[in-house]
Design a binder for this molecule. Structure first.
Ligand code: FAD
Length: 475
């Protein structure tokens, strides 16, 4: 099942042989993968359906100096660069470009400093999110951003996508956690932005621009991230509903009641059953939808917040509200939600989408998704960060369905995006435009806004070296 919206799939540019010779001469100690089997494993990220390219080679640098030298050599030989973390991305932005150099940051995996006085951690980009969390937790601190993929994805990839996650509803997304960056620009210049200042308005805000730029503007070689004191253990509640809309109403109700849960996640019936089949959590398999609500307020605050969440759910029509008995049960429930995509993958070929809408419009979005499923005759399992208005409708195809199903799926996907945009939403809440949604950027942002983005790209990367063809459609 391979379709592509990535115009870069067959493109080969520059003097690849010259680049490899120059790397061997100038960087003899750099780990460079040139074997075709090794290179194949860097062809794709988690968007298996895209046609992608085979990298010329894969470089695994360990220092900023090596990254800068690689960028200069690529510029001299006009060979494009694909930055890559763990390759868990869901937009095709870390997938291979034919004949390009993939720079994988997985060996730049050292945590450089945990600073208690300033509540920051300084890290190389290849550190796995869960490892960073564990390292700071061992010192009584908390790094908030927690994509569901946190056990495998890297901080560099999180910065590349401005990743969200389960507790971003309370603590914000990756961009909100960044206070300093070291980056290599497209000409090989190394610059440092921010630092450890809580407030700093000197010059243009380049950090927010670079975070989420999907490796198209600069390569991150070091990041200083905001920490918090570790919050207390969470109180956890599950609410089940007889309709998706009722669950959507509950999300709006919890928000308008002024509650600030640390987790507010949704799963529909298809997802509940898939998760329960794999994890045997004893979920209500007949419910149309389920919300996972958590509080990490200190003292009696968490219990009080959960007490207030119950009537908000019941007013929206909850058929059953249950509380986790202890921290272990809560961990299992949270983990069940994190594994929702993998559970759906057990049931067929799954393709996860990432639409977002203003929170008050979630019931309408859920209704639209049900309509799309019916109209196109496709199974859609919907789950996601309901508290952020960010849903992951996931198309699930039978494994033996052919190309006709892909055509139906593409039509359904177009309807999904149009529905989100009609509600004032977005075609991607956290996974990014990348290659997979490139055709929709102008439709969402408008040509004048995309022209500004192209001007920024041209100013920072005039040679179109960094992840060319990703994010921005051709003019
Ligand atoms: C099961 C599953 C669950 C997921 N859940 C979530 C979720 O809850 N929230 C969420 O936001 N995402 C989620 N994702 C998507 C994905 O895990 C995130 O986008 C993550 O941030 C990607 O990290 P990575 O290390 O795999 O990066 P990659 O996929 O390798 O790269 C992602 C982007 O970052 C760029 N990049 C990587 N390193 C650098 C660097 N050093 N400098 C510049 N650019 C760089 C790449 O070019 C690419 O554009 C999920 C994915 C899966 C498979």
């Amino acid at each position: 099942m391979h379709a592509t919206t990535d115009g870069t799939a067959g493109m080969v540019r520059g003097d690849g042989a010259g680049l490899l010779a120059a790397i061997a001469a100038d960087l003899p100690y750099l780990r460079l993968l040139g074997d075709s089997i090794d290179r194949e494993s860097y062809r794709r990220d988690e968007t298996a359906y895209l046609q992608t390219g085979l990298p010329l080679a894969v470089a695994l640098p360990e220092t900023t100096e090596q990254v800068a030298a690689l960028v200069r050599l690529c510029a001299a030989h006009d060979v494009p660069i694909v930055p890559r973390g763990a390759g868990t991305g869901l937009s095709g932005a870390a997938a291979g470009i034919e004949g390009a150099l993939t720079i994988a940051f997985t060996r730049m995996n050292r945590i450089l400093e945990i600073d208690h006085g300033n509540l920051t951690v300084t890290t190389q980009p290849g550190v796995i999110n869960a490892d960073l969390k564990a390292a700071v937790a061992a010192e009584g601190l908390f790094y908030a951003p927690d994509p569901a993929s946190y056990e495998t994805c890297t901080i560099g990839g999180n910065l590349g996508t401005n990743a969200g996650g389960l507790c971003c509803v309370k603590y914000g997304v990756t961009r909100d956690a960044v206070v300093g960056l070291e980056v290599v620009m497209a000409d090989g210049t190394v610059i440092r932005l921010g630092g450890k200042n809580v407030k700093d308005v000197a010059g243009y805000g380049l950090m927010p621009l670079l975070v989420g730029s999907q490796g198209t503007l600069a390569l991150v070689t070091e990041a200083t991230l905001r920490l918090r004191a570790a919050p207390p253990p969470r109180s956890t509640l599950l609410a089940f509903f007889a309709s998706l809309e009722a669950a959507g109403d509950a999300v709006a109700g919890l928000t308008s009641a002024g509650l600030g849960p640390v987790t507010l996640e949704l799963m529909d019936r298809t997802t509940i059953r898939a998760v329960d089949d794999v994890h045997r959590l004893g979920l209500d398999r007949d419910a149309a939808a389920m919300l996972l609500v958590e509080s990490d307020l200190p003292g009696d605050g968490a219990a009080a917040e959960m007490d207030a969440a119950v009537p908000a759910c019941e007013r929206a029509g909850a058929t059953l509200v249950v509380r986790a008995q202890d921290a272990t049960e809560a961990d299992w429930l949270r983990e069940g939600r994190r594994q929702a995509y993998k559970a759906l993958e057990h049931t067929g070929v799954a393709r996860m989408e990432d639409v977002g809408v203003p929170r008050s419009r979630i019931p309408e979005m859920l209704r639209a998704i049900e309509g799309i499923s019916r109209r196109h005759g496709l199974v859609i399992g919907t789950f996601g960060h309901a508290g952020d208005g960010n849903l992951h409708p996931t198309f699930v195809l039978d494994r033996d369905e052919g190309e006709a199903a892909v055509v139906r799926l593409d039509a359904a996907r177009a309807d999904l995006y149009e529905a989100a945009l009609a509600l004032g939403g977005t075609v991607t809440g956290e996974h990014g435009i990348g290659a997979a949604r490139r055709d929709w950027l102008v439709r969402q942002r408008g040509e004048p806004a995309v022209a500004v983005m192209r001007a920024i790209k041209a100013a920072l990367d005039p040679q179109q070296l960094l992840n060319p063809g990703r994010m921005l459609p051709p003019a």
